[in-house]
Design a protein around this ligand. Sequence first.
Ligand code: PA5
Length: 426
Amino acid sequence: MIKTSFKNSNIEKEIKDFNLARVKEVHDMIENKTGEGSDFLGWVNWPVDFDKNELSDMKKVAEELRSKINILLVVGIGGSYLGARAADEMIRGLYPNDKVELIYIGNTISSTYTKQVLNYVKDKEFGIVNVSKSGTTTEPGIAFRVFEKLLIDLKGKEIARERIVAVTDKEKGALKQLATAEGYETFTIPDDIGGRFSVFTPVGIFPLLVAGVDVDAIFSGAKKAMEDTKNIDNEAYKYAVARHILHTERGYKAETLVGYELQMQTFTEWWKQLFGESEGKDGKGLFPTSCVFSTDLHSLGQFIQEGTKNVLFETIIDVKNPTMDLNVPKNTEDLDGLNYLTSKTFHEINKVALEGVVDAHANTGEVPNIVLEFDKMDGEMFGYAAYWFMKSCAMSGYLLEINPFNQPGVEVYKTNMFKLLKKPGF
Ligand code: PA5
């Protein structure tokens, strides 16, 4: 379901000649859980191992909640919200025709944003899902306090209790304690799955169920990707090898993931977290960036075409079948001179843009381009693609000889912030 093309990357031969024994070694480390950080490999077989009873409980709770609300506030930061948002936007689009809207809070401490969301929801029917594995992260913690209080003030404790769900560790952390004390429905984040690998757990699945998304299709796509990557000769590993060669042999420092669909923008944000937090350590790793074309063709496109060379390469997401399409309408006067496009749909024009840009950037601009073809943008494709990137990230991280499953660097800012805020114990 993802076809790779390296013909514009200028490293086809190196990919073919890459040390397969090393790929096999890393593959075995992932599958047999023998590498560094292997206690966080619960996601590898999750598409078949996930708790089916928990899924059916989530379905019931989500349906009940859906019948009562028009807005679900998803509280979380990093891996605790990006996957749900990436899936929601990719699958439902940016202006979905559905009764429930998802709004994300706790990913910022911006007072203006938080206050604006507060003003926006205060006269609407809303519920809250609070997602935090540690249960102690400051940003979602303070946002939850604000919106929990608002809901209780507006509706009273009983109704608030029916509309608040926690997704957290099975026993540890302040959120678990709070949810137990208040009697909030709780779903569990498995111990052996870290935030950026958690979209198929209740972290991603519960909010998506409330949004009315077909999560069975997501699991089916993820399972297919899991099966397709059980063998070392797979496209996800080829992509990992290509980025490894471009980084370590050709000296590229950054990769930009390019989408041609605005509804894929948060998917690229999710991808940035996945690769950035997994690989950026020990002074190593490609800096992951992202673009959405055409809009960024009119900004970063200039840099990519003619700016500093040998720094950045592109990975393009080429979506074959759009969710919707439309024609350029005919106009008898043709004052804008666009009648020559009326035999084409927007998607056809978008595809021509992609072809022209790949040629311009790769051949004239000498920027390596990897192209990943996605069939479409539905639940199955999301599940497939998310799992596919996780697997290539594990391969890519271990090829770099780092632990892809920790994030020690994230703690540095937290400790500074706690000291400055005079948190007890810091
Ligand atoms: O990938 C990760 O592990 C992080 O991005 C976490 O998801 C993020 O820091 C949020 O942590 P928590 O879920 O504990 O609130």
